[in-house]
Design a protein around this ligand. Structure first.
Ligand SMILES: *[C@@H]1O[C@H](CO)[C@@H](O)[C@H](O)[C@H]1NC(C)=O
Ligand SMILES: *[C@@H]1O[C@H](CO)[C@@H](O)[C@H](O)[C@H]1NC(C)=O
Ligand SMILES: *[C@@H]1O[C@H](CO)[C@@H](O)[C@H](O)[C@H]1NC(C)=O
Ligand SMILES: *[C@@H]1O[C@H](CO)[C@@H](O)[C@H](O)[C@H]1NC(C)=O
Ligand SMILES: *[C@@H]1O[C@H](CO)[C@@H](O)[C@H](O)[C@H]1NC(C)=O
Ligand SMILES: *[C@@H]1O[C@H](CO)[C@@H](O)[C@H](O)[C@H]1NC(C)=O
Ligand SMILES: *[C@@H]1O[C@H](CO)[C@@H](O)[C@H](O)[C@H]1NC(C)=O
Ligand SMILES: *[C@@H]1O[C@H](CO)[C@@H](O)[C@H](O)[C@H]1NC(C)=O
Length: 900
């Protein structure tokens, strides 16, 4: 993919154009209406205020265009600045971020704001690059992350019997739950408060809770969170994000918003991207009725959508579903009928003069899946636009000319009218043919738009100058308006900065090939720098335009061939052996539970992993029973295993594989027949290996009982039933042990944190980590695989020496062949992927630099869990490291180590 992002500009500047580079983002800088009183604030600060249309930041009306970023999904803090720069270059003025309670407060009493949880570098980057930040610390965040970010030690807090017979209500004013969020709130809110705009930081808003509801104990809880945040120093406005038009918590915080995913928030891969469903169209009326006097606010408005395990189309569908057509229609305005895809022609009356446009007698044309905004009666600089049927991108002053940048579809006709009197000289440079005509006190431009860029100068007899830069959609996506840095605390913020005379232009950006750039700027531009190096070939090509070529040489990228690499192998299922020593397993010996989801059957032990401090990753249960002449031989082993939708479980009796539970359900009930020859005299062992697909999100299942939304967070992962069929109650199991991630909540990996590992023997032993000595392991490849259903670990190492100064995104790619196996990918100890070969759809797993060492040794480990004994179930057919394109770049990357 060819891609460009352009980031920081020191000193000054205006606008430049990059040729031969595709990008889906336009550098959209809204032209802001003048401030109009009255505006409101929360009594704590005037730095961020609002009226019914927008926020005001430091007194300046600011429409928020924000993108969402989750730092934990990019666990390389040195890459965060790159994200911030790209977001800004793409035209956003704000980034919103969630914080992850479970990662930062992995066990009661510990708040960890180090390493990938150390958010200060992100705030610093945002401030230095000039982009505002909306913070969303939850505590519950949903975010398609396990239990919506609520840590395992909290989801299983004991109940307050006065509130709920079964359990303390999570996400309520329950006493125990109230105590549970204090440490996290103190730590994270303290950090956010330090970075507020009032302290010179980028933070302008703070969200309280997420997608939550009115209810007894629930409103009180949200109020407690907000009050405590204020005590901890939050002065910027707080807000809630309702899950829809539900009137929840409307007055509990300063501002109110709701989220909307018009094309569905999940399973985009299963949708036909050619079909847009009917959507609600009453957003505006709802906001006006619900929060009169406050801005219309979508804390989440569909950008993409989540894809699910087993989707048929995968991300290719998702990208098409919410592509640039979607953005043009849904971001420009609240459409009426989006189901149609047909071209409309019409005429329309616009503006305070009620003019029927186009005035030249033609039609306006609206293509299917497109939209446009006709700007009217707009003052820019000293000039006045009466209307424009071409869409406005931005305006600026260039050498005394008021410059307006507009765009539209190549092949369609547009009309613009300016309020002016007197003779006009028209000068047109570029492919679009433009005609001009004076009618009374207006001057009208008409043009059928051609691909590319056209610069039009209107020179007026009295010395005023107007310039119009006309672009088609494609060309507009390649226009970038860097910040004109000013001085002071907010020097790099759009709308806050002051321009200075231009002498030297320093640009920073990425290109993927030799690239021509066109610069529209003042006459006195004399030199250009690209990524700190002087560009020698800058030349002026017209009034206010320059061209230069950014050099690029294709790097030579050499990647290892993992198919022919040396792999070392070890079996990872010693738990089925009779003499297994019990390494890193704990007795599953609790007999009571506070879960609102009681066990179905099985006495007396509660086999729910969270109760034993295991909250993520694979789980291994090992049950013991006695077979001798005094007992009846069981005829079957029955379990109800639970691991969330799409989990699986494999079951062994002693060393014999009994089979798998693999139905895509959240719970499976299976009876595995047991014949007497599988039994041994004395102690017998049943081993159940299951995976854990994350904790449920609120409202995923039990949505509609009081408090039900929070109860889902307690859906058990483990065995909800266990029973030896053919035996009575006195001859059941004598005990169970359990393995989860090494040491559970006391996990030793302070670098990669609590969610990185599960309970496979190899994970408990650290076989996934770099530096583990595998020299005594036998040579065997994942392509040879296993000889029977079970689990094996395969390790290989390789050295990368990739050319410096380039972005070279890499992915590990599994074969797409179907097989009943599950594999985990560990890169330098970081778990970077899970391949489910009979479900998919994902086969390619991107791994960023900073996880991969681009200039040194790397350790790649695959765990292979074969669930059946077909050849395709017991091996990974192929596995490759591939490059996904190259581009230049500038930031420094780091590589880290972890537990060893
Ligand atoms: C929580 O709020 C409910 C509903 O107002 C109230 O009945 C209850 O006493 C509160 N609980 C605590 C611990 O404050
Ligand atoms: C919120 O407060 C406003 C102003 O006091 C009031 O008119 C409105 O009814 C309240 N809304 C809700 C849902 O409580
Ligand atoms: C919409 O219509 C245009 C023009 O007929 C066509 O090219 C395009 O493929 C259609 N889009 C969809 C998603 O059907
Ligand atoms: C404008 O569109 C209408 C149909 O909407 C059509 O009848 C008319 O001929 C068009 N006029 C021009 C000038 O193309
Ligand atoms: C121009 O102004 C004259 C005099 O006011 C008016 O009669 C005429 O309709 C105007 N023409 C247009 C195209 O608005
Ligand atoms: C807008 O921001 C600028 C730069 O920070 C500041 O000088 C100005 O006072 C602000 N307010 C208004 C109303 O312009
Ligand atoms: C369960 O096992 C742990 C670890 O051996 C032990 O400390 C604890 O006392 C046991 N609890 C019960 C109820 O037997
Ligand atoms: C069977 O039970 C009898 C009587 O309680 C006992 O003497 C014998 O040792 C038991 N046999 C085994 C194998 O435990």
């Amino acid at each position: 993919m060819r891609r460009l992002s352009l980031c920081v500009v020191q000193w000054i500047f205006v606008l430049f154009f990059v040729g031969q580079v595709a990008s889906s983002n336009s550098a959209f800088q809204p032209i802001l209406p003048r401030a109009s009183p009255p505006r409101s604030n929360n009594g704590l600060t005037t730095a961020v205020e609002w009226d019914e249309y927008s926020l005001f930041i430091l007194g300046n009306r600011t429409f928020i265009q924000s993108g969402e970023f989750h730092m934990w999904r990019l666990p390389v803090p040195s890459l965060w600045r790159d994200i911030v720069q790209k977001a800004k270059a793409a035209g956003l003025n704000t980034i919103s971020v969630y914080f992850h309670w479970g990662l930062t407060n992995p066990r009661a009493g510990e708040v960890d704001l180090t390493g990938i949880n150390g958010f200060q570098p992100f705030f610093d980057a945002a401030k230095e690059e000039g982009i505002w930040v909306i913070t969303r610390p939850g505590p519950y965040i949903n975010s398609e992350t396990s239990t919506g970010g609520v840590p395992g030690h909290v989801t299983w807090i004991p109940g307050d019997p006065s509130w709920d017979l079964y359990n303390g209500e999570l996400r309520s004013n329950d006493t125990f739950y109230h105590a549970a969020w204090q440490d996290y709130w103190n730590g994270v809110i303290g950090l956010i408060a330090k970075n507020q705009i009032t302290n010179g930081g980028p933070v302008i808003l703070c969200q309280i809770e997420n997608e939550y509801y009115n209810g007894p104990g629930q409103n009180e809880y949200v109020d407690q969170l907000r009050e405590r945040a204020v005590e901890l120093g939050i002065v910027v406005p707080t807000f809630v994000n309702d899950a829809g038009e539900f009137n929840n918590l409307v007055n509990d915080t300063d501002l109110y918003g709701f989220d909307s995913y018009p094309l569905s928030a999940s399973n985009c891969g299963d949708r036909d991207p050619a079909v847009w469903p009917e959507i609600v169209t009453n957003w505006r009326a709802y906001f006006d009725a619900t929060v009169p006097g406050k801005p219309h606010f979508f804390p989440e408005f569909q950008a993409g959508s989540a894809d699910n395990w087993g989707s048929t189309g995968g991300y290719v569908n998702c990208r098409e579903l919410t592509n640039t057509d979607f953005q043009r229609v849904f971001y420009h305005q609240m459409p009426n009928d989006v189901t149609l895809n047909e071209t409309l022609t019409f005429r329309y009356t616009v503006g305070q003069d009620n003019i029927m446009v186009p005035q030249n007698g033609g039609n306006l044309t609206l293509l299917g899946r497109d939209s446009f905004v006709i700007a009217t009666d707009l003052v820019f600089g000293t000039s006045t636009l009466q209307y424009s049927t071409a869409i406005l991108l931005t305006s600026l002053n260039l050498d005394g000319s008021d410059l307006l940048v507009v765009f539209g579809n190549a092949g369609l006709a547009y009309e613009m009218a300016f309020k002016l009197t007197g003779a006009v000289t028209l000068n047109v440079v570029g492919p679009t043919e433009v005609s001009g005509k004076a009618i009374n006190d207006t001057y009208i431009l008409n043009f059928p738009l051609s691909p590319g860029l056209t610069l039009v100068h209107l020179t007026l007899s009295h010395g005023q100058n107007i310039a119009v830069l006309i672009a088609d959609y494609d060309a507009a996506t390649q226009l970038w308006q860097p910040t004109i840095a000013g001085s002071g605390t907010f020097a790099n913020y759009v709308g806050m900065s002051a321009s200075t005379p231009l002498i030297h232009l320093a640009l920073w950006g990425d290109v993927a090939e030799m690239t021509d750039i066109t610069i529209f700027g003042p006459e006195d531009l004399s030199s250009l720098e690209w990524n700190t190096l002087p560009v020698q070939n800058l030349k002026q090509t017209g009034k206010g335009t320059w061209q230069a070529t950014i050099p690029f040489s294709t790097p030579s990228v050499s990647l290892p061939d993992l198919d022919s690499a040396t792999w070392r192998f070890r079996d990872s299922l010693p738990e089925i052996q009779p003499d297994f020593d019990g390494f890193a397993m704990v007795p599953a010996n609790q007999t009571t539970t506070t879960s609102v989801f009681p066990p179905y059957y099985g006495e007396p032990w509660i086999l729910y992993a969270d109760q034993y401090s295991f909250h993520a990753g694979n789980l291994i249960w090992r049950g013991t029973f006695v077979h001798d002449s005094n007992t009846t031989a069981p005829t079957a082993f029955n379990i109800s295993s639970s691991g969330a939708v799409n989990y699986v479980a494999s079951v062994w009796l002693n060393t014999n594989y009994l089979g798998a539970a693999d139905t895509r359900q959240r719970t499976n009930n299976n009876s595995f027949p047991v014949s007497e020859e599988l039994l041994v005299a004395g102690e017998n062992h049943v081993v159940v290996l299951q995976d854990h697909m994350g904790g449920d999100l609120s409202g995923q299942d039990v949505c509609c009982t009081p408090g039900g939304r929070a109860r889902d967070l307690q859906q058990p992962r483990g065995l909800q039933g266990y029973y030896l069929v053919g035996r009575d109650a006195s001859q059941q199991f004598t005990g169970w042990t359990l393995a989860g991630n090494y040491m559970g909540e006391n996990h030793p990996d302070t670098v990669r944190k609590i969610y990185n590992e599960g309970g496979l023997y190899g994970e408990r032993k650290g076989w996934h980590l770099p530096g583990y000595d595998d020299s005594q392991w036998e040579e065997q490849t994942p392509f040879q695989g296993l000889e029977q259903p079970g689990v094996g670990f395969f390790r290989t190492t390789f050295t990368l020496d990739l050319p410096a100064g380039y972005d070279i995104p890499l992915s590990f790619v599994f074969d797409s062949a179907v097989g009943q196996y599950r594999a985990q990918l560990y890169v330098n100890g970081w778990q970077m992927g899970k391949r489910i070969a009979n479900l998919g759809p994902q086969t390619a797993f991107p791994v960023h630099e900073g996880i991969l060492n681009y200039h040194g040794e790397n350790t790649v480990v695959l765990s292979l869990w074969a669930l059946a004994n077909g050849t395709d179930d017991m091996r990974i057919p192929s596995f490759a490291l591939v490059a996904n394109g190259t581009g230049c770049r500038g930031s420094e990357r780091i590589i880290r180590t972890g537990r060893n």
